[in-house]
Design a protein around this ligand. Structure first.
Ligand SMILES: [Zn+2]
Length: 383
């Protein structure tokens, strides 16, 4: 794909989800303005970055309590369940492995278990040490719901690595940067209350009334992230091309933050400051559009796999657990590795050759409707 087409493709995907993001931004801004006062959060302007509960304002789940729908208690607490049952770290990983084997995939090799117990830097990641079957995850597991989900995510990387291990070494990677991260998250999206019932952690599924809270929690994480995931490389591409000269680095950064996120600086910023440098991936020179694409792809994969297995119902309640057809599609995609253009890999799993962000709208439809009601009478958008 020529570079300009790629930038246009990213914009096309963003345009598909922007209406949902704008409604989320509008609601969050109104609630934060009520909470902090209009002198801190201008109800008509961008949201100041320091009240969103995250140093980069890239994920807003820490302010869930301030913006949550009323009576949105999911009715169970997975952390509490895991702890009260005395579930061990290894058992949590075994449960996640069970997800993959339920899809018809192989068991993890013995070396995964025997070589995993050691001191590590805790930021979770997945590694294929020999480009073959020596796959391991590096993680300090705590007994809680978040880590339970993260284990499923990390094992997604491990199974992708195992899936393409028979390809030539140069092809032992995912179809494009976005696929590796997306695969793990597709599995994590299937960690639903129904799945927890299936594996015996929950006695019965809570009623669907509880979903609004779960959807809001997820939107504050995954929908709030989208414009941030897009703008890092927007800024970087403009720097690399020379469109933004060094004396405008910081101004260009905040202009993109305003344009895409509707987020502003909490205090005056000048070219004395270099705020993009506070994001690891900028000085670390790690491409960032992969995370934007992964957020789009995971919902597309989730929706299309759920459709393929004949699921009917709200998308956020669908789990592909135990479904070998879903497993077969994912395995076919993973086995290609990097040996085919990514539309081929996408087609193997979803039947479609185009990335499609409308799956996000489908997934969050109940929340989108609720946001529209909340925003009635509010002036959305920012100047
Ligand atoms: Zn990952």
């Amino acid at each position: 794909m020529p570079p300009d087409d790629f930038a246009a493709e990213v914009d096309r995907l963003w345009d598909q989800v922007k209406p949902l993001y704008d409604d989320l931004q509008c609601h969050v801004r109104a609630e934060l303005s009520d909470h902090h006062g209009a002198d801190v959060v201008d109800p008509a302007g961008p949201i100041p970055a320091h009240v969103l509960g995250n140093m980069w304002a890239q994920s807003w789940s820490n302010i869930y309590d301030l913006v949550a729908p009323p009576a949105a208690d999911p009715g169970y607490d997975l952390t509490e369940i895991l702890q009260s049952r005395g579930t061990s770290e290894v058992e949590m990983v075994e449960m996640a492995e069970g997800f993959f084997t339920s899809l018809g995939m192989e068991s993890l090799p013995d070396t995964f278990w025997t070589r995993s117990d050691r001191e590590v830097v805790c930021h979770a990641s997945a590694w294929q040490l020999d480009l073959d079957e020596d796959v391991r995850i590096k993680m300090c597991i705590d007994i809680n719901a978040e880590d339970f989900s993260t284990i499923h995510h990390e094992l997604g990387h491990s199974y992708y690595q195992l899936g393409y291990r028979d390809r030539a070494p140069l092809f032992r990677d995912s179809a494009n940067d976005g696929f590796h991260e997306a695969l793990g998250d597709v599995i994590a999206l299937s960690v639903t209350p129904g799945y927890l019932v299936d594996i015996g952690l929950l006695d019965e599924e809570p009623s669907a009334d509880a979903d609004l809270g779960l959807l809001m929690r997820m939107a504050l994480d995954k929908v709030a992230f989208l414009p941030f995931g897009l703008l890092i490389d927007r800024w970087r591409w403009a720097v690399f091309s020379g469109d933004v000269p060094p004396e405008e680095y910081n101004a260009a950064w905040w202009s993109l933050r305003d344009q895409y996120q509707g987020v502003g600086a909490p205090s005056e910023r000048t070219e004395e400051h270099f705020d993009p440098g506070a994001k690891y991936h900028v000085p670390g020179n790690t491409p960032y559009t992969r995370y934007f694409l992964a957020h789009i792809l995971q919902f597309q994969l989730h929706r299309d796999l759920c459709e393929a297995i004949g699921y009917e119902g709200p998308l956020n309640r669908c789990s592909i657990y135990g479904n070998e057809e879903a497993g077969r599609r994912l395995s076919e995609m993973m086995a290609m590795g990097l040996s085919r253009p990514w539309p081929d890999a996408l087609e193997a799993a979803t039947g479609s050759r185009e990335m499609d962000a409308t799956a996000i709208l489908d997934y969050f439809a109940p929340l989108a409707e609720w946001l529209k009601e909340q925003n009635e009478g509010r002036a959305c958008g920012w100047s």
